[in-house]
Ligand binder design. Structure first.
Ligand code: MLT
Length: 312
């Protein structure tokens, strides 16, 4: 009887609301992606998909919680490139990003932008770099915690310029952006999903994008590659994960629901307005995500160890 009940419940998946944890603050770029995906998956799954935020320590606090959560299909996580950089940065990480998770699928690769507070007296990326060199002792660069996308982008940018500058850590670039708009920090490298509207509406200044090609939502911004830093390239890929050991019934519903979200006209349109797009469906699978994550853990591990950066 017990076995039958369990099977019946599994067949009925999902029979209650599902939570997607975002391991960074509300109002930031991962939160934006997660809310769009959750809204679309709610329609497909017929159960509410709720987004919950728990920022801190470059996302490792939230992801540690997911690794310990029962794999019943009711608690998932949307996180990004930082899931791959965490093992090299955090010596006491309580989980293995590959082995301790079920990999549901990749979502999007978000371009990033070099931005400043509106009050800086600079217009172009070259002027900004000259200003940074002249003001390096007093200027501040925000990020979303060690290993966050903003931190990695800022590190690559400052390293390439051979500059050091005070870095200010937040629990996500949602709060970092609030302080940039308020003028409490000077600079940020953040995802177009968080910067596009602020740049367009003049609350901050945008100088360059970090992808090899320009971004359609911000067509006036040059690439760093075509201007100050040949070869510069970084973006923040996002994906959907679950604790390891999901019931097959849950995986069989979640993978197609994610794939359907990536084809949802509303998701595509909102992503485009924020400078990004869903990944091709062939990349939004458990196998492709696991292979990509494993490769990125190795790639970033080498870069981070060579740079000698540490999270704790
Ligand atoms: C990051 O830089 O890692 C992100 O902006 C985190 C976030 O979503 O706030």
């Amino acid at each position: 009887v017990l076995g039958l009940t369990a099977a019946a419940e599994a067949d009925g998946y999902p029979s209650k609301p599902i939570t997607i944890l975002v391991p960074s603050a509300a109002g930031g770029p991962t939160d934006t992606v997660a809310r769009l995906i959750a809204e679309s998956m709610t329609k497909t799954l017929g159960q509410t998909v709720i987004v919950e935020n728990q920022g801190g320590a470059g996302g490792t606090i939230g992801m540690a919680r997911i690794a310990r959560t029962p794999a019943d299909g009711y608690t998932l996580a949307i996180w990004h490139i930082a899931h791959a950089t965490a093992p090299a940065l955090y010596d006491n990480l309580k989980y293995d990003p590959v082995a301790d998770f079920d990999h549901i699928g990749r979502i999007t690769d978000v371009p990033m932008t070099i931005v400043s507070k509106a009050a800086l007296p600079t217009k172009t990326i070259d002027e900004l770099i000259a200003w940074m060199k002249a003001n390096k002792a007093s200027a501040s660069f925000g990020h979303a915690g060690v290993g966050s996308a903003a931190h990695l982008c800022g590190l690559l940018f400052l390293n390439d310029l051979n500059l050091q500058m005070a870095q200010v850590a937040y629990r996500g670039t949602g709060p970092a952006m609030n302080d940039l708009v308020g003028g409490q920090i000077d600079l940020l490298c953040d995802q177009t999903t968080n910067t596009t509207n602020h740049i367009k509406e003049g609350r901050i200044k945008g100088y360059a994008v970090t992808t090899k090609t320009r971004v359609s939502s911000l067509p006036d911004l040059p690439t760093l590659d075509e201007t100050a830093l040949k070869g510069f390239e970084v973006s923040a890929w996002h994906a959907l994960w679950a604790p390891r050991g999901l019931p097959k019934e849950a995986t069989d519903k979640l993978v197609p629901a994610l794939q359907k979200a990536l084809q949802d006209p509303k998701v595509i349109e909102r992503f485009a307005s924020l400078g990004t797009e869903p990944v091709p469906l062939a990349l939004a699978t458990p196998e492709a995500l696991k292979a990509q994550l494993s490769a990125e853990v190795e790639k970033w591990g080498k870069v981070i160890r060579a740079a000698g950066v540490k999270g704790n």
